[in-house]
Design a protein around this ligand. Structure first.
Ligand code: TXA
Ligand code: MG
Length: 350
C-alpha cells in the first residue's frame, strides 16, 4: 500500500521566485497543483510514464480516464497530434488551426489522433489525445519554464468537485502532492469544454467554460452529447456518472417548492440569489435562524458556474446530512446552462 504522507509545500504566485520553483519541481518529476483560468490542475510531466502514473495514484483515479496535456504555445500543441495519421487529416488540421487561433490561450481542450511521442497511459485506451493552452498567467509561466507538456487533471480526489481555490485543493490533496501554488480563485470555476475535432463532425465530449453557442460562431456544425448523459454510453472516457460530488450522503436537485419545504430544516441549500430573495421574503430569513448551511449563487450561468464548486466545498465542511441544489432546468431552458446542468446531474445522489 502506497503512503501519501508527503510534506506538501505551499507556494504563492505573488511571491517572487515561487512560480519558477513550481516549474522546477515539475521538471524534477514532482507533482505540483497550479491554477488555470478554469479550475486548479494537478500537474506532472506529461511525456514521462512514471510522472503520469503518480497523478493517477495521487487522485485515486482509474487508469482508463485520460488526461489533458497542457502547453504554452500553439507550435508545441501541434506536435502532440498526428495529423497525417488521421482518417480526417485535412479537416482535423483545418479545425486545429482555426480553433487554436480563436480560443487559445483559453478554456477549450482539443481532442485528436495522438502523436507517438505521447505515452499511452496519458490517453487511457484511446488513440486520441486531449490538449489545451490555459489562459492563466501563472499556468503559462510555469508551462513555459517547464518547457514540456504537463499533464493536469483537475486537482481533486477522484469523483469530487474540481477545486477553484487553494483551500479546496488542500481539502482533498494535502499530503498527496509535492506542492500547491496559490493564485486566488479561478476565473471560470468550471472546466474547459472538451471538443473532438478529429471526426466527420466536431463533437463536444464535455460541456464546459465555452458554450456550444460560442463554438458555433466559429464552427457552424458542432454535435454535443446530451447534458448529464447518464443513460448513454460514456462519450468521453472520464465522463463518469458519479462526479463532482460534495461529501454529503444525500444530494438532490430541487425546484422552488422543494426548497421552500426544506427552508427551516438542517438540510444544506445551494440556490440562485433571485430564488433566495423570493423565499426569504415569503418565508423569512433563513441565514439568521441557525438552520442548515445556505449558499446563494449569481443568477446568470457564467456567474453561477464560477462559484458552484466553491459552494460545494464550503457547504460540505458544515456537514449537513442532505443537500438540496436548485435545478436550473426548473427556471430556464437556455442552452447556456448546459455545462452547469451537466455537473449538477452527476453530483446528485442516484
Ligand atoms: O479545465 C480543465 O480542463 C481542467 C484544467 C486543469 O485544465 N482539467 C480537467 O482535467 O478538467 P480532468 O482530467 O479533470 O478532465 C479531463 C476530461 C475528462 O472528461 C476526460 O475524459 C477528457 O477530458 N479527456 C482527456 N483525454 C481524452 C481523450 N484522449 N479522449 C477523450 N476525452 C479525453
Ligand atoms: Mg476532473
Amino acid at each position: 500500500m502506497r503512503s501519501f504522507m508527503k510534506k506538501t509545500i505551499y507556494l504563492n504566485a505573488a511571491t517572487k521566485g515561487h512560480s519558477e520553483l513550481a516549474a522546477q519541481m515539475l521538471k524534477d518529476g514532482k507533482l505540483v497543483a497550479f491554477p488555470t483560468e478554469t479550475v486548479y490542475g494537478l500537474g506532472a510531466l506529461g511525456l514521462n510514464e512514471a510522472c503520469v502514473a503518480n497523478i493517477f495514484a495521487a487522485k485515486s483515479r482509474p487508469s482508463h480516464n485520460p488526461l489533458i496535456l497542457h502547453v504554452s504555445d500553439i507550435a508545441s500543441a501541434k506536435r502532440l497530434f498526428d495529423f497525417e495519421g488521421s482518417e480526417f487529416s485535412k479537416i482535423f488540421l483545418e479545425r486545429f488551426e482555426l480553433l487554436s487561433r480563436t480560443f487559445w490561450p483559453g478554456p477549450i481542450t482539443l481532442v485528436g489522433k495522438k502523436s507517438r511521442i505521447i505515452p499511452q497511459t496519458v490517453c487511457g485506451q484511446s488513440d486520441k489525445v486531449a490538449v489545451r493552452i490555459p489562459a492563466h498567467p501563472t499556468a503559462l509561466k510555469i508551462l513555459q519554464i517547464a518547457g514540456e507538456p504537463v499533464a493536469a487533471p483537475s486537482a481533486n480526489l477522484y469523483s469530487r468537485p474540481s477545486p477553484t481555490q487553494f483551500a479546496h485543493v488542500l481539502q482533498t490533496l494535502d499530503t498527496r502532492v509535492d506542492a500547491i501554488i496559490d493564485a486566488g480563485p479561478t476565473e471560470y470555476g468550471i472546466e474547459s469544454t472538451v471538443l473532438d475535432i478529429d471526426a466527420v463532425t466536431p463533437k463536444i465530449l464535455r460541456h464546459g467554460a465555452i458554450s456550444q453557442e460560442e463554438l458555433q460562431k466559429v464552427l457552424p456544425l458542432v454535435l454535443a452529447n446530451p447534458v448529464g448523459n447518464l443513460t448513454h454510453a460514456s462519450p468521453s472516457p472520464g465522463q463518469c456518472v458519479k462526479h463532482y460530488s460534495p461529501k454529503i450522503s444525500e444530494i438532490y436537485l430541487a425546484g422552488e417548492q422543494a426548497l421552500a419545504e426544506a427552508w427551516f430544516t438542517s438540510s444544506g441549500i445551494v440556490l440562485t440569489k433571485a430564488t433566495q430573495i423570493r423565499l426569504s421574503k415569503r418565508l423569512g430569513n433563513r441565514e439568521a435562524t441557525g438552520f442548515g448551511p445556505i449558499r446563494a449563487l449569481p443568477n446568470d450561468p457564467k456567474g453561477y458556474a464560477r462559484e458552484l464548486f466553491a459552494a460545494f466545498y464550503e457547504v460540505e465542511i458544515k456537514a449537513p446530512k442532505k443537500l438540496l441544489i436548485e435545478n436550473p432546468l426548473t427556471f430556464s431552458s437556455d442552452e447556456e446552462w448546459a455545462a452547469v446542468s451537466d455537473r449538477l446531474i452527476r453530483a446528485q445522489t442516484l
